[in-house]
Design a protein around this ligand. Structure first.
Ligand SMILES: O=C(O)c1ccccc1N[C@@H]1O[C@H](COP(=O)(O)O)[C@@H](O)[C@H]1O
Length: 229
């Protein structure tokens, strides 16, 4: 690596503890059905250019499932309003939000956990993570594509072999049921140590925002069988 990045010394308390968590994102039409499968996180997209943009009333979600709001360069006031409207516990920042933005959000919504998204193509300069170390709780690695998110295809996860941080991260980008063996293989690698959760979205859809319940169920069962070191 040709940059300086001082690895934080503290081990985070949010590591996967032997299993990978599951986040099902882009919920819109069948939230209650997917909630009954008890994923760890359910994600709702608040971005009006997305086909999965969430509006209106939200079906009751058991407290155990953490609700994540996904935003793309939204104003802080808008984010705060959605946190209040939908009792969000985490926000996923999927645009070019700066460390200062994250800091301001943290100071105004102290209980909220922040997931900062980074889009990966063939290579990735991990130095960009450093200013976010102290202002967010998780990183999320998604595939760089035409859209800010929901592009539906994976990046080369071996890029993460240079992961210099101890911050837990979500692995995302076009992950489908057919990737379960790849995930299993990934968990054998040292870079998987800080992988907290697998994030799925468009590969589990019948149409945008309508998830395929049988596929999510099958994926969750297979994911639960993967034990990480
Ligand atoms: O899905 C969307 O429409 C979307 C729009 C704007 C920001 C993020 C969005 N989705 C997020 O993208 C990743 C990867 O999705 P996929 O598996 O490639 O479909 C996921 O975190 C979604 O939350």
């Amino acid at each position: 690596m040709n940059y300086h990045y001082s690895t934080p010394k503290e081990e985070p308390s949010t590591l996967a503890n032997g299993r990978l968590h599951l986040k099902v994102c882009g919920m819109k039409h069948n939230t209650a059905e997917i909630a009954s499968l008890q994923p760890d996180y359910l994600g709702f997209i608040f971005y009006d250019k997305s086909e999965r943009n969430f509006k209106g009333d939200l079906a009751p979600v058991p407290h155990k499932i953490k609700k994540v709001g996904v935003f793309v360069n939204a104003g802080i006031q808008t984010v705060l309003q959605r946190i209040e409207d939908y009792n969000l516990l985490l926000v996923q920042l999927h645009g070019n939000e700066s460390p200062e933005y994250c800091n301001e959000l943290k100071s105004k919504a102290k209980q909220i956990q922040i997931i900062k998204v980074f889009s990966v193509k063939d290579a990735f300069d991990f130095a960009v993570l450093e200013p976010y170390e102290s202002v967010c709780d998780f990183f999320l690695f998604d595939t760089k594509g035409k859209l800010p998110g929901g592009n539906g295809y994976a990046f080369d996860w071996s890029v993460l072999k240079n992961y210099p941080s101890t911050k837990p991260y979500f692995l995302s980008g076009g992950i489908g049921l057919e990737d379960i063996d790849n995930i299993k293989e990934f968990t054998q690698r040292p870079e998987a140590k800080y992988c907290h959760a697998i994030d799925v979205n468009s590969k589990f859809e019948i149409e945008p925002g309508l998830k395929n319940t049988a596929d999510v169920k099958a994926f969750k069962e297979l994911l639960n069988k993967i034990h990480i070191q």
